[in-house]
Write a protein that binds this ligand. Structure first.
Ligand code: NAD
Length: 414
């Protein structure tokens, strides 16, 4: 069975929702097409003197509700289909949590593991130079995603500011605190996901202290989620990275696993654990599963093996439509990516607001505002799910599609 591409998945989810609510054909057509696709090929001098050509993308899906927003991914397998899907998910995500942005995403085809720090900086700056005419604090605002981080966001903001001839912190979010970053942004995606997970846990009557969790992915999102869960008494029994995973029936201390990964390059081999593959991790006998790595992990062929009662999608697009339908049939409660991982972009929005007002908030303030946004979004999606007797994903799309359609109609030719 052919696995659908990420963009095919995103279009299928959109269709499922619009079939239920019935929307204008012209609006549907607009939602199916990214507003702008930018493909760039930019040369960068490497440490050995070679001038290598790199390919990058920036896709702006829809800007009817405000400037577009979305992360930049550095990954060898980045392609246009993936970036288009990620850009459309950003439109729905920003809309579900009610922040005034459209959706975009960027990507560079590169393996960061093979670069020196200097090469990484030159690539980051060159990519920004090549897309500079299409981004801006009121146009399109990038942020970090897989294999990019706050340091890279700092270089990118600096490059854009140099080109503009003025300090422009609002062009990018996820920056280091000292140059306009927001407190709480570094772990916001996980914190938002945790707030959502707790809402779902309450609805399902699960008891945190007796709840076992498996987390796939141990980067910014996966590690912070595992850490926060552990701090709140959940038992994190498995985590993984690109090389594979580890399992411990007694539970892991994520901070210790993080230290180990920093030294060895992987979670594999951590003392007292059993090795599992990423596929095996998904099928473990746990209460909660948190995919926090890549797209297309829960597929039609392995959805039947999922034993978790609750799946909280912190990765973008980890579940294909057929798998999603199979989980719904099995009564697995799935909180979709466009709701579960919206904490990152929400605190990015807070960062942008702080940059514009030049007035910075405490970590407590950021986290309180994040909690309000995430809980309100969960409640809205949950009540739509009940009204339509759908799953949470379809409900989240319904909420987003209705809001974006209204914005398009209010603006017409924007
Ligand atoms: P990251 O680069 O910090 O970490 C990625 C992790 O995934 C690493 O641990 C890596 O080893 C692991 N990984 C890579 N390929 C894998 C594979 N095939 N199987 C299992 N693990 C694999 O990235 P991140 O920022 O933590 O992003 C993780 C996911 O969360 C992505 O889907 C991203 O789009 C999504 N997301 C991130 C943010 C954010 O703020 N960073 C916000 C929303 C959604």
């Amino acid at each position: 069975m052919k696995t659908p591409s990420p963009f095919e998945c995103s279009m299928c989810y959109l269709k499922n929702a619009t079939d239920l609510i019935g929307i204008d054909e012209d609006i549907y057509n607009i939602l199916c097409h990214p507003k702008r696709i930018i493909e760039v090929n930019f040369p960068v001098q490497m440490d050995n003197g070679r001038i290598r050509l790199f390919k990058g993308f920036r896709v702006q899906h829809n800007d009817s509700r405000g400037p577009t927003k979305g992360g930049i991914r550095f990954f060898p397998k980045v392609d246009l289909d993936e970036v288009k899907a990620l850009a459309s998910w950003m439109t729905w995500k920003c809309t579900v949590v009610g922040i005034p942005y459209g959706g975009a995403k960027g990507g560079v085809v590169v393996n960061t593991k093979n670069l020196s720090e200097e090469e990484l900086e030159r690539i980051s700056r060159a990519y920004i130079r090549s897309i500079r005419h299409y981004i801006g604090p009121h146009r399109d605002i990038p942020a970090p995603d897989m294999y990019t981080n706050s340091k890279i966001m700092g270089w990118m903001m600096d490059e854009y500011s140099a080109l503009k001839g003025e300090y422009t912190p609002g062009v990018i979010t996820g920056k280091p605190i000292e140059i306009g970053g927001s407190k709480g942004r570094s772990y916001a995606t996980a914190m938002g996901g945790f707030i959502i997970l707790e809402k779902a846990v309450k609805k399902m009557g699960l008891k945190p202290k007796k709840t076992c969790v498996a987390v796939q992915g141990f980067g910014n999102v996966g590690f912070n989620m595992a850490r926060i869960l552990h701090e709140h008494g959940y038992k994190v029994v498995a985590v993984s990275d690109s090389k594979g995973g580890i399992f411990s029936k007694q539970g892991l201390v994520p901070a210790k696993v993080f230290e180990y990964k920093k030294k060895t390059g992987s979670v594999i081999g951590f003392k007292g654990t059993k090795s599992v593959t990423n596929k095996e991790l998904l099928a473990l006998d746990v209460d909660i599963l948190v995919p926090a790595a890549m797209e297309n992990q829960i597929l039609a062929e392995n959805a039947g093996k999922i034993k978790a009662k609750l799946v909280v999608e912190l990765a973008n697009g980890p579940t294909t439509p057929k798998a999603s339908a199979a989980l719904f049939k099995k009564k697995v409660f799935v909180v979709p990516d466009i709701l579960a991982n919206a904490g990152g972009v929400t605190v990015s929005y807070f960062e942008w607001v702080q940059n514009h007002s030049n007035f910075y908030w405490s970590e407590k303030e950021v986290n309180e505002k994040l909690k309000q946004k995430m809980e309100a979004a969960f409640d809205e999606v949950y009540s739509i799910m009940k009204a339509y007797k759908s799953d949470m994903r379809t409900a989240a799309y319904i909420l987003a599609v209705k809001r974006v359609s209204e914005a398009i109609q209010s603006r017409s030719e924007y």
